[in-house]
Design a protein around this ligand. Structure first.
Ligand SMILES: [Ca+2]
Length: 231
């Protein structure tokens, strides 16, 4: 993830899964927060009576907790026990502001982008054979896409799915294939690059999820499915 790609403007409050969160003010391990060099707050959080304060921002890289001295940001404590941050565009990639919840050990990245694609995608497929394509294939897929296709066969048949082309931003966009009628069923595989992948359901249904994050798009994927008699 690269927070340089975000058009930061104004003040931000951090949430993780709906819980209020704050920036960590201790060094964060490299490759955390969904990025290469995580950005953490180099200083204490203010109290409400301190008003707006300015704090340095460090990016951990190359075994140096402050290898990147990112642009300082302004921070304010708000009544109600939370903080707001005036994030600014970092000058390098790949770095991202971190958020953490004190009583949760997991550290996630900061802002959860809306993952709704601006155009419809996915669907329920019932033909005995067909083609699955990423949105706009063979042109580049959009950012923030999240598509789910479920392929339903009937009777004593299973679904075979063969990928014939995959071109994704390998760090951040992916395809997942599930053995059943939803993404809550067992994962058969995750795809980030083309390796002649093929899958077969153990019963009637196969589900395919395509996800793209907020930046960098590529051609996407092409796959063929066919029903096969016999379990
Ligand atoms: Ca992407």
């Amino acid at each position: 993830m690269c927070d340089r790609d975000v058009n930061w403007f104004g003040w931000y409050r951090l949430f993780i899964h709906g819980q209020s969160a704050q920036m960590p003010n201790t060094c964060i391990d490299e490759y955390k927060c969904g990025t290469h060099a995580p950005l953490w707050l180099n200083g204490e959080h203010p109290k409400v009576e301190d008003g707006v304060v300015t704090r340095g921002v460090c990016g951990h890289w190359n075994n140096n907790c402050c290898y990147y001295n990112s642009t300082p940001i302004r921070v304010k404590a708000c009544p109600g026990d939370y903080y707001v941050y005036e994030f600014v565009r970092p000058f390098m990639c790949a770095v991202a502001y971190c958020a953490d919840v004190g009583n949760i050990n997991t550290i996630y990245t900061t802002i959860t982008p809306e993952t709704n694609s601006s155009e419809p995608c996915g669907g329920n497929m019932t033909d005995w054979r067909g083609v699955l394509l990423s949105p706009r294939y063979p042109n580049n897929y959009p950012n923030n896409a999240q598509c789910t296709w479920t392929i339903h066969s009937t009777g004593n048949t299973t679904v075979s799915l063969i990928f014939t082309d995959v071109d994704l931003e390998t760090c951040c966009d992916y395809i997942k294939v599930y053995d059943g009628p939803s993404t809550h069923h067992p994962l058969l595989g995750e795809i980030r690059e083309y390796r002649n992948q093929s899958f077969r359901s153990s019963s009637n249904d196969l589900t395919v999820l395509f996800y793209s994050d907020h930046s960098v798009t590529r051609r996407g994927f092409h796959a063929n499915w066919v029903f096969i008699a016999g379990m």
